[in-house]
Design a protein around this ligand. Structure first.
Ligand code: SAM
Length: 221
């Protein structure tokens, strides 16, 4: 089964449960922090790659205001259904969703791009980062976030639990011969290193006892 088929199958089944996890209070604070690093201004257009059920939308919409625009792209209709419901309930007229492959986004330009908990699922995260940066003008920002094993000494015993969590919560993870947690680390490094090389004002941060990594950079002026 291809990565895309596994993703479709997995998130079609788990969309509702995913939304509850995605909006839990601790996770919400990591999202707020990442959106802050994008330094969005009222009126900006921001695109979210792999938006899922739209858990970042409230933070993005608040930052761009009613004059800006938020566009969420995802492959899986069940996840986009949750995102659409969130938009309708909030009455946001400037938040749109679109079903597409985030590695080939049907978008021409944006002031900023964000992607949370997605780069670890892509076959070629570095190429995706390159594609996303190509949508941005000089000064445009890209921010990414992903979970991974913690390198903090006190969190070491929790890494075993994390490995189990990743095996059972990633598309195809249960049947994978390689360790899904190691694959996440490799894919994160691949995406982060490309972002660091191609941007200025690159910043990275660890949150959630070191289990959450984020990075943000600006297209050189
Ligand atoms: C772990 S969820 C993250 C959702 C959301 N970004 C969040 O932070 O809650 C991963 C999402 O990425 C989407 N996804 C994975 N690969 C994709 C691709 N190539 N194009 C578009 N969406 C993709 C999945 O459908 C899923 O909704």
């Amino acid at each position: 089964m291809s990565d895309i088929d596994a993703t479709q199958q997995f998130y079609t089944r788990w969309a509702k449960a995913y939304d509850r996890l995605a909006t839990a209070p601790g996770i919400r604070s990591w999202r707020e922090r990442l959106v802050e690093t994008l330094s969005l201004s009222p009126g900006d257009t921001v695109v979210e790659m792999g938006c899922g059920t739209g858990a970042n939308f409230p933070h993005l919409r608040r930052a761009v205001g009613p004059a800006g625009e938020v566009v969420g792209i995802d492959l899986v209709p069940a996840m986009l259904g949750g995102a659409q419901q969130r938009v309708a309930q909030a009455g946001w007229e400037n938040v749109h969703v679109c079903r597409a492959d985030a590695t080939q986004p049907p978008i021409e330009e944006a002031d900023a791009v964000i992607s949370t908990f997605v780069v670890g699922m892509l076959q070629n995260p570095s190429a995706a980062v390159e594609t996303w940066l190509d949508l941005l003008p000089p000064g445009g920002r890209l921010a990414i976030m992903m979970a991974g094993r913690s390198d903090r000494a006190l969190a070491a015993p929790m890494n075993a639990l994390f490995r189990l969590f990743v095996r059972f919560s990633s598309p195809g993870g249960r049947f994978s011969r390689e360790s899904p947690a190691e694959a996440l680390d490799t894919r994160w490094r691949d995406a982060r290193d490309r972002l660091a090389t191609e941007t200025t004002a690159f910043e990275q941060e660890r949150m959630g006892f070191g289990f959450i990594r984020s990075a943000c950079g600006r297209v050189p002026e």
